[in-house]
Design a protein around this ligand. Structure first.
Ligand code: 5GP
Ligand code: MN
Length: 340
């Protein structure tokens, strides 16, 4: 664990009333929003004025998150978000390691606020230790939600975990581990899940409302992508899928619709590396996944071959090339990795 500052300072901060802003990374996922929701509710209960600011919108499947009403989408409500960031006494950065590269324009306004105390709580590799006053970063942790839970246990704050806070924390633990099928599934994680269940989290109900709320179109898009666009190379144990803007439009794509698609090729016997190339406005979004101890280190792959990063088995990047060029870079990179 990389730590800057002390847990006592964090505890004091959590018990000081003031204007709080909680920021997630771009394209917030279940872990980012789960952690943000849990912390927002906890600080609200302690008398703080709290806003969660996301750099862009919350995907539909995550809009049942407990603190959804606390969320402001920076892109939709830019002037309000800027004022809120300017007036913040405390800024919590959750589930990302680098303000400058992971939060879009929000990062500019975090930096501008010189008076706020700033904290990173995160589980990605190589945290930016200089950007915040306090940093709690554990690259071996399976989710930011579980890291936050561990910190609450250490600060003797388990009594502050209401049923809504427990449900929020459980959401991120569940989504970032692929419903407890990958990542570092430690015994501490399961012990802490027991605490969350005792605090009122209902695992089956949460799984149902997160995983079973997809649109028909999103399922048809995935079916199309697998059937028509999935390319396998057994010699390098790898697969990739690509989706163009035209295809996304054909299936009335909205953010979150391709969630989980990149993992699907990994369910094929002998495939340990997978990539999803999604055409966006002006760049190609790349998602990279590998199977623990079998496939490539995707964090270093994303950093070496593209501009990106993440975790060993789940990383992402952007490529300002054509789709074909991005795919070609991936194929060459995978060949290199598999020949080593
Ligand atoms: P996803 O494929 O779900 O978008 O992202 C998987 C992981 O890679 C996440 O942990 C995310 O934080 C990281 N990631 C995704 N895109 C980027 C990127 O453009 N830059 C960096 N540094 N990390 C990314
Ligand atoms: Mn995460």
């Amino acid at each position: 664990m990389n730590i800057k500052g002390s847990i006592e300072e964090l505890k004091t901060m959590l018990h000081t009333k003031g204007n709080v802003v909680i920021v997630t990374h771009q394209n917030p996922d279940g872990d980012a929003l789960g952690a943000a929701s849990a912390l927002a509710l906890l600080l609200h209960d302690k008398g703080c004025k709290v806003r969660i600011i996301t750099p862009n919108n919350t995907p539909i499947y995550l809009r049942s998150i407990e603190a959804f009403d606390f969320i402001t989408d920076f892109l939709c409500f830019t002037p309000f978000a800027i004022t809120t960031l300017r007036e913040a006494d405390f800024i919590y950065c959750l589930d990302f390691n680098n303000i400058a590269t992971r939060t879009g324009e929000v990062g500019v306004h975090i930096k501008k606020n010189k008076k706020a105390l700033k904290v990173i709580i995160d589980h990605h590799q190589d945290p930016d230790m200089d950007a915040c006053d306090l940093v709690f970063s554990d690259g071996a942790e399976s989710s930011t939600c579980h890291l936050l839970m561990r910190l609450l246990v250490e600060m003797d704050m388990v009594d502050s975990i209401t049923d809504d806070i427990a449900s929020s924390l459980y959401t991120g633990m569940m989504t970032d581990t692929g419903n407890f099928s990958f990542g570092n599934l430690s015994s501490t994680l399961y012990k802490n899940i027991a605490l969350l269940v005792d605090s009122g989290a209902k695992p089956a109900a949460i799984a149902n409302r997160i995983f079973n709320v997809k649109s028909e179109e999103s399922l048809r898009l995935k079916g199309h992508a697998i059937c028509e666009n999935m390319v396998l190379d057994y010699s390098t144990c790898s697969a990739y899928i690509s989706l163009t803007l035209e295809e996304l439009a054909r299936f009335t794509y909205t953010s979150g619709d391709t969630e989980g698609l990149v993992n699907i090729p990994l369910s094929i016997k002998g495939i340990y590396n997978s990539a999803l190339f999604t055409e966006s406005d002006g760049y190609i979004k790349i998602s990279l996944r590998s199977i623990k101890d079998m496939g490539a280190d995707m964090n270093s792959f994303a950093r070496t071959h593209f501009v990106g990063g993440g975790h060993i088995n789940a990383a992402g990047a952007r490529s300002f090339t054509t789709m074909d060029e991005a795919i070609s870079i991936y194929k060459k990179g995978i060949k290199l990795v598999s020949s080593n």
